[in-house]
Design a binder for this molecule. Structure first.
Ligand code: FES
Length: 651
């Protein structure tokens, strides 16, 4: 008997190998997923396995020295540096001496699942675009002359199976060539290289290296958020956000486009402001994680079409008016340097594809994150910002449009409105008889009628009302009969409560009378109600257009993405007629789905190919030219709606 059976769990893959075969080699031949950066030299520690107890565990392991169950020198050295957990071995150092059961722990798998924080749709399969490979290169030989690069590429092919790197095809960055000879000679012909998508040599370091980082960035018109990730583990090491520095050129997207139209060179100013902001943000997440920005080898970006164009330094004027032509539709891979980003000198950047002139790479990120294209049920995914981006469909067909909701849902253009920040009223309940309110303020854990409330808001104060608060007040007033179906605040309600007050020729509801003169009164006026009606009618009409086009009367599930989506109480959104009827159990918040999509594209290169394909088959619906949009809009102005029923809400 010169061979033995080895069984790997959890995959269940098994095979017979000659005694003395290193376990890592058995795993490779069976297609078992075990990570390695050093190529089996006992340096990286990525290939750890747990030697199983079961039927096969006849203490059949041995170090190369033949010393049963004891570490060999490499393992002992690695243990002294980084530690090996009890029962674990480096699979590249252990040889098979008899039948054996071996467990591959999750953290040793290349394609490990990165667990996402909330109850998320899917975990991310780790398969980053940048891989590090440690190689030992042959020294030059006078009798068999060849260049250092040729020998490096041969070693890469032999030791890692990496083929297809071809210097004529721009597959080796110039800086790698410039540093190549020194790197090889500095560490005794041992180097680590970074390979982008299995095809391009982007970086070389002398000796062994196993740290690679990436950053995923979501550029919103208001805020920019970054997640710094360890590309080996998929872990998020630090996250942070800044205000988009372009705000000083205009609050919303259209005013930024107008700025470009009125000020020649205005696009360049905004591009520069954004890129400077990005460098500040990246420096911040790096310092939090204790690494340098130059350790970042890969970055991904999502953003709406105008942010997308300005990031790339493309004039967004065409996106400001019909027919809203994008410069290009696909994703793009660039050098970070081309975007003035201070990452590793040859770091690569991937910008996700835009879908249409109004539906950007952020929506592509939302699709990657929420995966409507993989389900049989019909999903409605809504990302509410200044524009609502709406995606509807299933694995057979996917539609997208954007609807001009305006900024009312974000608290703008509302008399006491503000962004969701400490001090903003975010939850409201109104007694249907007395019309007395109770509310909660962001930054306090108490309702306004609870004992701890006054103390808890001493520092933050009450500064206004945010989008979710407005939705709740309006829905509560509607349910109490104060707001009529056409949106009028009914003057007759003034007889029920002094909170209903005459305000010019219409009526208003006094939500909060301040205790201190420096605090504002929080009042809901008739104009505020109209602003929300217009916004919700635009949202509903956009959704209805897509439902018509798709041919469904009811959607199976609704996901609300974005900050607004995560704050809002869906019951109230539905009571007001913002969303179509749906089983409430099937309505959920998707959090910052666009940012999650950027993270998926960072950690999984195949997701990039996937989204490029999906985006091509999304049917774009342009609300501005659809005659039925106006009709749907008018019907949706009524609260909850002129004719759409809400049977689920009654359940
Ligand atoms: Fe690197 Fe085993 S493969 S330590």
């Amino acid at each position: 008997d010169k061979d033995a059976l080895v069984v790997f769990t959890p995959s269940g893959k098994r095979g017979r190998f000659p005694l003395g075969t290193p376990l890592l080699k058995c795993a490779r031949q069976l297609g078992v997923d075990i990570d390695s950066v050093c190529g089996g030299r006992g340096l990286c520690g990525r290939c750890q396995v747990q030697i199983g107890e079961g039927d096969f565990a006849k203490h059949a392991i041995s170090s190369r020295a033949g010393n049963a169950s004891a570490w060999n020198e490499s393992e002992a050295r690695y243990h002294a540096r980084k530690g090996i957990k009890p029962g674990r071995r480096l699979s590249c150092q252990v040889q098979l001496l008899g039948d054996l059961l071996v467990d591959v722990p999750a953290d040793s798998q290349v394609h490990k699942q990165v667990v996402r924080k909330r109850a998320e749709v899917r975990n991310i399969e780790l398969d980053p675009a940048i891989r590090l490979h440690y190689v030992e290169v042959e020294q030059p030989d006078m009798h068999n002359p060849s260049g250092d690069l040729e020998r490096l590429l041969q070693a890469l092919e032999r030791q890692w199976g990496v083929t297809g790197i071809n210097i004529q095809g721009l597959n080796v960055d110039l800086r790698v060539l410039q540093g190549l000879q020194q790197a090889l000679r500095e560490a005794d012909w041992k180097v680590t290289v970074a390979v982008h998508r299995g095809q391009v040599l982007t970086t070389i370091w002398p000796g062994f290296r196993d740290k690679a980082y990436g950053v995923a960035i979501d550029i919103g018109s208001t805020t920019v958020a970054a997640h710094l990730c360890d590309l080996a583990s998929g872990e998020v090491l630090a996250s942070s956000g800044i205000m988009n520095p372009q705000i000083r050129f205009g609050e919303d997207l259209m005013s930024r486009v107008s700025y470009v139209m009125m000020n020649p060179g205005g696009d360049k100013e905004m591009t520069q402001a954004l890129r400077e902001g990005l460098n500040r943000l990246i420096a911040e997440v790096c310092s939090e994680a204790g690494i340098a920005p130059t350790d970042i080898l890969n970055a991904t970006f999502v953003g709406n079409p105008i942010m997308h164009h300005l990031l790339l330094g493309i004039d967004p004027t065409e996106l400001g008016g019909a027919p809203f032509a994008l410069t290009f539709n696909s994703g793009i891979t660039l050098w970070a340097e081309q975007l003035d980003l201070q990452l590793a000198p040859d770091a690569r950047v991937y910008v996700l594809p835009c879908i249409a002139g109004h539906v950007g790479a952020d929506a592509a990120g939302v699709i990657l994150s929420e995966q409507p294209h993989l389900r049989e049920e019909v999903s409605l995914v809504v990302d509410v910002g200044t524009n609502a981006e709406i995606i509807l469909g299933n694995r057979h067909r996917l539609l997208a449009c954007s609807s001009p909701t305006g900024p009312a849902f974000e608290g703008a253009q509302i008399s006491s409105g503000q962004r969701a920040a400490p001090g903003a009223i975010e939850r409201v309940r109104i007694d249907p008889v007395t019309l007395e309110p109770r509310f909660k303020v962001i930054g306090s854990d108490f309702w306004s009628d609870e004992a701890g409330f006054a103390d808890s808001i001493k520092r933050i104060g009450i500064t206004g009302i945010c989008g979710s608060g407005i939705i709740e007040v309006l829905a509560e007033l509607f349910l109490a009969g104060v707001i009529l179906s056409d949106g009028t605040i009914d003057g007759a309600a003034a007889a029920r409560s002094p909170r209903i007050q005459l305000d010019g020729r219409t009526y208003a509801y006094l939500l909060h009378e301040p205790a201190h003169p420096e605090e504002p009164r929080v009042v809901i006026t008739q104009t505020d109600v109209r602003a929300i009606q217009l916004a919700k009618a635009a949202l509903y009409a956009g959704i209805q257009l897509l439902m018509d086009r798709f041919g469904v009367e009811k959607v199976d599930r609704i996901q609300l993405a974005g900050a607004f989506g995560s704050h809002i109480d869906v019951k109230y959104a539905m009571a007001l007629g913002m969303l179509p009827d749906c089983d409430l159990e099937q309505v959920s918040s998707a959090g910052n789905a666009a940012g999650t999509g950027a993270r998926i594209a960072l950690l999984n290169q195949k997701a990039r190919d996937e989204i490029e394909q999906v985006v091509k088959r999304v049917e774009k619906v342009e609300t501005a030219v659809e005659p039925r949009f106006q009709e749907h809009f008018v019907a949706a102005m009524a609260i909850p709606h002129r004719n759409a029923p809400y049977p689920e809400l009654g359940k």
